[in-house]
Design a protein around this ligand. Sequence first.
Ligand SMILES: [Zn+2]
Length: 173
Amino acid sequence: MHLSDEILNKYVDNELSAEELSEVSEHINVCTECLSKLKAQRVVEHQLKRIETFTLSDSFTNLVMTKINVSAIHKPKKSYFMRFIFSFFALSCLAILIFIFANMPEVNNNGDYSKWFDNAGEFISGVFSANQKLFSQKTISLIGSMLTIILLATGYFIYDFHKRFKDHINKLG
Ligand SMILES: [Zn+2]
């Protein structure tokens, strides 16, 4: 008599008693038909276990949820910080450009760009040589308004960042 499917299942799941186990072993040694059925059963069992651990594991689901929550907490923090840094540099560059153009000496506008660059170079070296009109009233007021713009923008972004971060913390609580 061949081994029943139930016995084969129990064999694969290690649920047989010592007595049953020795009977099955004896039979498998002499019956290739049951041996191949057992091998097939093992393969199916192995695949099922893999699918189960992959889809139904609670710890796996929890792990994913934890990772999602962690990234949800950290992502805004990072992006607002990066936005703040980027805005700060963009505004600084803009302010410097405004400063340079506002102080630019008059240029003969006949399409002579090399002359424009010459003038720009002269002007910039003039600013940094510090013996010219660097501390004139106009320059000081320009630097002052430039710094004010940067400070206001920085203040706004710090305020905005804190507000959003607080809102986020409150949502979590
Ligand atoms: Zn058999």
